[in-house]
Design a binder for this molecule. Structure first.
Ligand code: OOG
Ligand code: NI
Length: 453
């Protein structure tokens, strides 16, 4: 088969993310309302701030804004996770980062499947935060074995999806017709099921151990539990959620509002209680699915991340139990120690930047200066913060918890085990910091090389 006849993984991911969004809008109508609200606030923000609009447009970020989403799923065992790795690879999505949620009292560890190269990210940065249930953290032998047994009996993939994944691997890609079938077969894995695979007593026993365990174990598949559009003004969306009929989570997670946004800010509307038919024809309910929004800022270097973690920790001692307005006020105060000026972020090596030549730089011909900051000051080079494409464990824990009630258990803490996660995954996770560092370094080299000739 000729390579030319294959659809690019970027195209498959784009189609898949749109199909997933359409399915979730049909399943959870509040998500459609959330999308409309985010679109409206984004439009208003761009109208109010033409400089931001221009900056986003120049760098191709306006195009991706409208399609940008992340989703989340939770799977039950190594076989499911390893197959998902192969499924996402068909769409150019690879496991980036390791997140230990046991620290936050949730018995899972996670990665994010996402595109990694610049072109793929610009096209459609669709990401799926994927958590693996850690049955080994359940203390009761009977409950643990029961759960493992139930999980061993299900197959979360359709035969068609399995065949097309294998075809993609052996051919090196999918034809247009295969890609179309792949999108609809793969989508089946993420669909909601109103009927549980277990009886109500089993559900309740698992639920009593941790709500998340019941969510993973009792259904035919790992239903997508939220999708998250990207907003340019998260405070405004949070403010307007009640008017639009949504009940927002108490506080926005992550750093405070800043002139130079960093990392990731997130909030959600609370999960819906949905009716479920259990085996034995008994009715019950399950609460799992919600909607979330995010606002993304600059990726931080290890030094920047350390400062962020330190300030967040300091703020947490003071923000417990506060409402969002007060929470944000305290955060803003504590984060005064985090420079809010691009030049200073660069000089102190706190954030990653991408360097490009300005028009003046392109016209300058050969330039002897090798110091990148000096070139920025002379107007020959432009530095732009690199967008953070990943997640934050403390924020993720906050999102998990606001949707799981008080499903917190100190008993799980202190159990990071990246090796076990990678063994289950059947491959290693990519180090996100290395990706940003590589991108910064490549842009620096390209700019300096161009000024040499
Ligand atoms: C995942 C929660 C984490 C985020 O955006 O940090 C997450 C889950 O609830 O399965 O999606
Ligand atoms: Ni999320």
């Amino acid at each position: 088969m000729n390579r030319q006849t294959f659809v690019s993984p970027n195209e498959i991911r784009d189609r898949f993310s749109k199909a997933m969004s359409a399915m979730y809008q049909a399943e959870v109508p509040q998500y459609e309302t959330l999308l409309e609200l985010v679109e409206q606030v984004n439009r208003e923000t761009l109208e109010r701030d033409p400089a931001l609009a221009e900056r986003l447009a120049i760098h191709g970020e306006l195009d991706r804004l409208g399609v940008e989403r992340h989703g989340a799923i939770r799977v039950g065992n190594a076989a499911e996770l390893a197959m998902l790795r192969r499924l996402f690879a068909v769409m150019g999505m690879h496991p980036v980062g390791y997140y230990d949620l046991s620290e936050a009292g949730v018995p899972v560890h996670s990665t994010a499947f996402r595109p990694v190269d610049d072109e793929a990210l610009a096209r459609n940065p669709f990401r799926v935060f994927t958590s693996l249930l850690r049955l080994e953290l359940i203390e009761s032998d009977t409950l643990r074995e029961r759960a493992a047994g139930i999980l061993a009996e299900r197959d979360i993939f359709t035969d068609g999806a399995r065949e097309l994944i294998a075809a993609s691997e052996s051919q090196g890609g999918l034809t247009s017709d295969q890609a179309e079938r792949f999108v609809s077969e793969a989508l089946e894995t993420f669909r909601w099921h109103r009927d549980a695979t277990v009886d109500l007593d089993t559900y309740e026993a698992l639920h009593a151990e941790h709500r998340l365990i019941a969510d993973v174990v009792c259904f035919r598949g790992p239903h997508i539990n939220h999708l998250t559009p990207r907003t340019l003004d998260i405070d405004e969306v949070q403010r307007r959620m009640p008017q639009a009929g949504m009940s927002p989570k108490a506080v926005i997670e992550g750093p405070p509002r800043r002139r130079c946004p960093i990392l990731l800010r997130q909030t959600s509307f609370k999960a819906l209680e949905e009716s479920i038919l259990f085996a034995g024809e008994r009715q019950g309910t399950h609460t799992a699915r919600f909607g979330e929004i995010e606002q993304r800022g600059a990726a931080l270097t290890p030094a920047g991340r350390e400062l962020y973690d330190q300030l967040l920790k300091a703020s947490r001692r003071r923000t417990a139990e506060l409402d969002n307005a007060e929470h944000q006020r305290v955060l803003t105060e504590v984060f005064r120690d985090f420079p809010d000026d691009e030049a200073e972020l660069r000089r102190r090596g706190l954030a990653f930047f991408e360097y490009t030549l300005t028009d003046a730089g392109r016209a300058a011909g050969r330039v002897a200066e090798r110091d990148i900051e000096a070139l920025v000051e002379r107007g020959l080079v432009e530095a732009r913060p690199i967008t953070y494409e990943d997640f934050l464990p403390v924020s993720a824990a906050g999102i998990f918890q606001s949707n799981l009630g008080d499903g917190r258990s100190e008993a799980y803490a202190g159990n990071a085990n990246r090796d076990a996660f990678e063994t289950a995954l059947g491959g290693s996770v990519i180090d996100e910091l290395a990706l940003y560092a590589k991108r910064e370094q490549a842009s620096r080299t390209a700019v300096l090389d161009a000024l040499k000739s």
